[in-house]
Design a protein around this ligand. Structure first.
Ligand code: ASP
Ligand code: MG
Length: 335
């Protein structure tokens, strides 16, 4: 039987109805695969056990790294227990595990908590006994067994690093958007699905602000070339990230996607190119002509980046997206 990792993000778990739906999906998939499930903390800021809500208790207080990790790791622990209980209620043999119990050992390196190694013996033991382990994401433990937490968004890292250590066949990441889009769908509502990306293309997008998957998570999956699917529950649209593209990009596609990285007043817009054929100077002129003041554009590898004010960012994104992805308007850019 093949092994699959299913990772569920916080917004996919934020209501009892959604958790029930997930439990039924796990039940179905459990008949085809050996499954390890990884969960994030439920909901976003404001939800009682979301990571930001928990961290907010420490605002303007003094605390140690250890205490920060103890508090912020609770959200994922709660999710794992709640989902495991949901599964047991529909007669699925499951067990909730902390990151440490799943064998994730971390160390402190370059000012960050990183996974040092994973001892997946215990996890494999549970799989052999027919359990579906529900692992709390975003956490591990140190040699002295104290709880540690990974980078923000680190449940993705938990998912793919466990996939690597179990030599899984597939890693599925469930979020609230159906796959990776050509740009942020909350700004451009006719953004399109990117059905296929290589690890390095996805990493470029993630490193430039596309909040689709943690860039470090892609690295772990790439070690053994395990495909990652970015999915939404009950949607057929998905993005497959893998070593080599299974579908080639048509030569008329000058851009793969446009990412946004907003930092207060200023936003960085990055165009990721498959073939390095775009002329950044043209695009810059095109923006200026359309009264979006942009500056400091630079080409780096397969990326062209511009800075615009955060106020102008939505307008600039809409303009560039239309010009690059709507066929007729490609002429505007002289591409
Ligand atoms: N809950 C953690 C965070 O908000 C980890 C994750 O969601 O991946 O950063
Ligand atoms: Mg995330």
């Amino acid at each position: 039987m093949k092994t699959k990792i299913m990772k569920f993000g916080g917004t996919t778990l934020d209501s009892s109805l959604k958790r029930m739906e997930i439990a039924h999906l796990i039940k179905e998939e459990g008949q085809k695969y050996k499954l390890v499930v990884v969960v994030s903390a439920m909901g976003r800021m404001g939800s009682p056990y979301a990571t930001d809500t928990l961290i907010n208790y420490l605002k303007e207080k003094k605390f140690s790294k250890k205490e920060y990790s103890m508090l912020s790791s609770c959200g994922e622990v709660i999710s794992s227990v709640v989902l495991s209980a949901e599964l047991q209620t529909i007669n699925i043999k499951s067990i909730a595990l902390t990151g440490g119990e799943a064998g994730i050992q971390t160390h402190y390196k370059d000012d960050q908590t990183k996974i040092k190694y994973i001892n997946s013996k215990k996890l494999e033991g549970y799989l052999d006994e027919g359990y579906i382990p529900i692992v709390a994401g975003f956490q591990g433990e140190r040699e002295d067994r104290s709880i540690t937490t990974l980078d923000r968004g680190g449940s993705d890292i938990t998912g793919t690093s466990l996939g690597n250590s179990l030599n899984a066949d597939l890693i599925e990441i469930y979020t609230d958007v159906a796959g990776i889009r050509t740009t942020d769908p909350s700004i451009v509502n006719d953004s399109m699905l990117i059905s296929n990306l290589t690890y390095s293309q996805a990493e470029l997008m993630a490193n430039n602000g596309a909040e689709i998957i943690h860039p470090e998570a892609i690295k772990w999956a790439s070690i053994r070339k395990i495909p990652i699917l970015i999915k939404k529950i009950a949607s057929n649209e998905e993005t497959r990230i893998e070593y080599a593209r299974t579908k080639s990009i048509s030569k008329s596609n000058k851009a793969l996607g446009i990412t946004i990285d907003t930092n207060h007043q200023e936003s960085k817009i990055t165009i990721i190119e498959p073939y390095k054929e775009l002329d950044s100077h043209h695009i810059h002129l095109f923006l200026l002509k359309n009264i979006v003041y942009s500056y400091a554009y630079k080409n780096k590898g397969n990326c062209i980046s511009f800075k615009v004010s955060s106020e102008d960012m939505p307008k600039a994104i809409k303009l560039i997206h239309k010009a690059l992805f709507m066929k007729k308007s490609q002429e505007v850019l002289n591409v």
